[in-house]
Design a protein around this ligand. Structure first.
Ligand SMILES: CC(C)(COP(=O)(O)OP(=O)(O)OC[C@H]1O[C@@H](n2cnc3c(N)ncnc32)[C@H](O)[C@@H]1OP(=O)(O)O)[C@@H](O)C(=O)NCCC(=O)NCCS
Length: 187
């Protein structure tokens, strides 16, 4: 199987994943600070764009973490972020996170960004397992994850205090051979 150049591997059919530039922090922090976006991720409070920048910069050079800006292909609009954390060389596994700014929801960008990130992780980082945690009260995210092949592996009862009450969260996992990638073959 050809894997193609890494830049092409970071491109889906609607979005491209790229690294952060200094000009991203203000706009991305504004999108991230939406209460519904933060609720999905489990953040209780907004932060300054300086805080956002410091977080991104603190991950530079770390071998167990990669972070990307999600950019719309058609006009290079930065719409959100995604990444892998806790990358384990021995187990070839990582934990995935994603968010998209609310004005861009429901247009397929989240699904395309997930597929692109998982494909990159399996083909170019040589991972074999991706894990994530999702609140049981987040149907949008659940829909996206299940559509690309993630399976619920367990329930963490009352794991988080969100929106004034305790919610369960699901641990979901995806093995490399399970990714349903409608864009294949590429590269
Ligand atoms: C989760 C998230 C990334 C999805 O991004 P998106 O760009 O809206 O995703 P898509 O447009 O690709 O798909 C959304 C799907 O959810 C479905 N959906 C939307 N609202 C829904 C609801 N209330 N109940 C069930 N499904 C719903 C949509 O119909 C769509 O599925 P379809 O294409 O089969 O119709 C985005 O909503 C987000 O960033 N949320 C806030 C942060 C967050 O929750 N991150 C995930 C943490 S685990």
């Amino acid at each position: 199987m050809r894997v193609g150049a890494p830049e092409a591997a970071l491109e889906g059919s609607l979005v491209r994943l790229r690294s952060h530039e200094a000009s991203d922090y203000g706009a991305l922090n504004e999108l991230f600070s939406d209460p519904e976006v933060m609720e999905g991720i489990g953040f209780a409070m907004p932060q300054s764009s300086q805080g956002y920048r410091e977080f991104v910069e603190s991950t530079r050079g770390k071998e167990d973490r990669v972070l990307f800006v999600i950019e719309r292909l058609e006009d290079r609009q930065a719409m959100g972020g995604c990444g892998l954390d806790g990358i384990e060389a021995r187990n070839r596994a990582a934990v995935l996170g994603i968010w998209i700014g609310k004005p861009y929801w429901h247009r397929g960008y989240g699904t395309d960004a997930m597929r692109t990130l998982c494909r990159f992780a399996f083909r170019h980082m040589n991972l074999q397992r991706i894990e994530l945690n999702v609140f049981s009260v987040n149907p949008r995210a659940l829909r996206v994850y299940e559509r690309i092949g993630f399976k619920v592996e367990g329930t963490r009862r009352h794991s988080h205090f969100v929106g004034g009450g305790y919610v369960d969260s699901f641990v979901m996992g995806l093995l490399s051979e399970e990714l349903t990638d409608e864009d294949l073959p590429r590269g």
